[in-house]
Design a protein around this ligand. Sequence first.
Ligand code: ADP
Ligand code: MG
Length: 445
Amino acid sequence: MERLSEDRELRARKLWEEVLGHLKERITAQAFETWFSETRAVTVSDDRLIIEVPNEFYIDWLEEHYSKVVREALRSAGITNLKLIYRPAPKEEREDERGFIAVKKPSTRLQARYTFDNFVVGKSNEFAYSAARAVAHSPSGEYNPLFIYGGVGLGKTHLLQAIGNYCLKKHKKLKVHYVPAETFMNEMIRAIQKRSMVSFKLKYRQLDVLLIDDIQFLRDKEMLQEEIFHTFNSLYDAGKQIVMTSDRPPKEIPSIEERLVSRFQWGLVVDIKPPDLETRMAILRKKCEEEGIHLNDEIIHFIAQKVRKNIRELEGCLVRIAAFHSLTKRPITLQVAEEILRDMIKESRGLEVTDIIEAVSQAFNIPAREIKGKRRKKEIVEARQAAMYLMRHMLGMSLKSIGYSLGGRDHSTVIHSIEKVEKLVEDGEDIVEKIEKAKEILRSL
Ligand code: ADP
Ligand code: MG
């Protein structure tokens, strides 16, 4: 009798090993590691193969997600007459007890430096900002879930954490937690491996405000999507607030289940756009103030002009200037700033002031240095005014910034020049042809 069961165990193991070999070829290494590395064949009878898995959660998961591929693997291993039965391994530890200890005092993972007060509001982010404030003011109100999306370094994490920090201050009793989607997944995998899924679920499902960062990370990750789906439902049904960020809108995240996309859109979806020049300058001024760095407007304008698409890079420029200043004690002039930031700003490329000056220079046949200079010769003035006009119309620059870009001309000169060119264009004067030519050059860049 003893002998017989040993034989059966051995046979079961051999069969299962073969099945696993075929499985390995059909699923990702990560999935295999997570779901199959801790399985163990127990025994085999005439009609069933018994496989032990760490716990009940595995059984549900395997049956729901891997039954088809396991069936195929069985077939490839020549096993057609056996039914596969999973059963949980004997418990080593009481999960639920551990769970309670683990969730007693969860950390919020919030960083205090992200607040609404130090978030500079401009046209590009005012919608997202207002929505974030509304949610922070009354969580689980009108906007649930709130979904914020936008490009890299535009302030999504800042706003998300600002919501958390505000909630903690104003609504002291609320349980608030911030988590990047990737961290959520790593915690989940660890929980599965350590057989502490119960406490993992408990940790997330007892929250009042859940802030999930970079949810685009869900793409192609089925089991993560599954868990987020259940967490979402559980919190949402209990009337708890969920806020998410992503680098793109819900329906543009590739390979993500439709049921999640639709849930993400149940509440409010807002975007953050790249900041305009004025906002970039305001952000730089604010950061200078915070860091105690003194830079004149010309330098601020220079940096804001060069770094367009990413606020983190704007900050990077200031950090470098501050470091240079404290190491050398040299005053920061425009030339110095240009020099120390040269390699940082070379990369960001969009239509820039220098492009406009260059295009006007070619179209009007006037050297760029004259356009930026002071001479008042008729042809030069005409080209200069055309450059102002294009800066206004193509880059949407403010009058003040245009003045700076062209050698420090004052606001009234700029406005007068632009109006003059506008009138000439309207009347179809000769200048139209040259301006069209400049635009063509700019379009071809
Ligand atoms: P994202 O998460 O969108 O990639 P972050 O929130 O990490 O961007 O922002 C990058 C950096 O820029 C952070 O240090 C953040 O504090 C700062 N930042 C972004 N937007 C603003 C803003 N409107 N005002 C002030 N600082 C900002
Ligand atoms: Mg971020």
